[in-house]
Design a protein around this ligand. Structure first.
Ligand SMILES: Cc1cc2nc3c(=O)[nH]c(=O)nc-3n(C[C@H](O)[C@H](O)[C@H](O)COP(=O)(O)O)c2cc1C
Length: 198
């Protein structure tokens, strides 16, 4: 049987592993943490969940970043509630990470502007879609996207950056010798940690 991982019975190492996996997820398309599920609560109080790309994980700040169209349901829900959760599972690592926190939508500020400026034309083009995301269409192809050149400007007004500030982090490692589940809650003095029964 494979050796137990070094974080197995070490809460500090579990925290390191959690952030290492999230950071790796930003860069590595093959990581299960590259495309977490983003959960929000809609205007009727119902849960909503969808896949997003993880764009940044900042361990020091305890924040995660995703991008979205400000016209989308998720953007509207985050602006209204100020909260969101992320969940991802990497099958090879046998690790699930759950993040629950406050969420802020940036659209017209310097922060969104600086990220937009760095984005590739291909990435920008989706924000120029007409009509906006979630609009009912008469046929599946009844929408337009700007060409690569137009994309430089076309979607800027629709571009949104969401920063999730984790208030609660959860780590679950699956092993037939005994799963390990750990929780961290943000406090004024830093993260407060505990093991949880899996
Ligand atoms: C692999 C994958 C990655 C995605 N990445 C994003 C993303 O980074 N941002 C985003 O807004 N939507 C992304 N989507 C689309 C969303 O899952 C969703 O279908 C869409 O944004 C509409 O969601 P909403 O109506 O709940 O806002 C992605 C979908 C897939 C399958």
């Amino acid at each position: 049987m494979a050796e137990l991982p070094p974080f197995y019975d070490d809460l500090v190492a579990c925290h390191d592993e959690l952030w290492r996996r999230l950071e790796q997820g930003v860069a590595d398309r093959n990581s299960g943490f590259h495309t977490p599920a983003l959960a929000t609560v809609d205007l009727h109080g119902r849960p909503q969940v969808r896949t997003v790309v993880l764009r940044d994980a900042d361990r020091a700040a305890g924040t995660l970043r995703i991008h979205c169209d400000r016209r989308s349901e998720k953007a509207v829900e985050i602006a209204a509630t100020g909260s969101a959760a992320l969940q991802a599972y990497d099958r090879d690592a046998k690790i699930q990470i759950r993040v629950d926190g406050t969420a802020e939508l940036h659209t017209d500020d310097w922060f969104a502007e600086s990220i937009w400026t760095e984005a590739q034309p291909m990435s920008r083009a989706v924000y120029g879609i007409v009509p906006g995301p979630g609009t009912a269409l008469l046929n599946g192809g009844g929408y337009t996207l700007p060409g690569a050149d137009e994309a430089i400007l076309a979607g800027r007004d629709n571009f949104g950056v969401v920063v999730i500030r984790a208030e609660r982090l959860e780590f679950l490692y699956l092993d037939r010798r005994g799963h390990r589940r750990a929780l961290w809650l943000r406090s004024d003095a830093g993260w407060v940690e505990t093991w949880l029964a899996p």
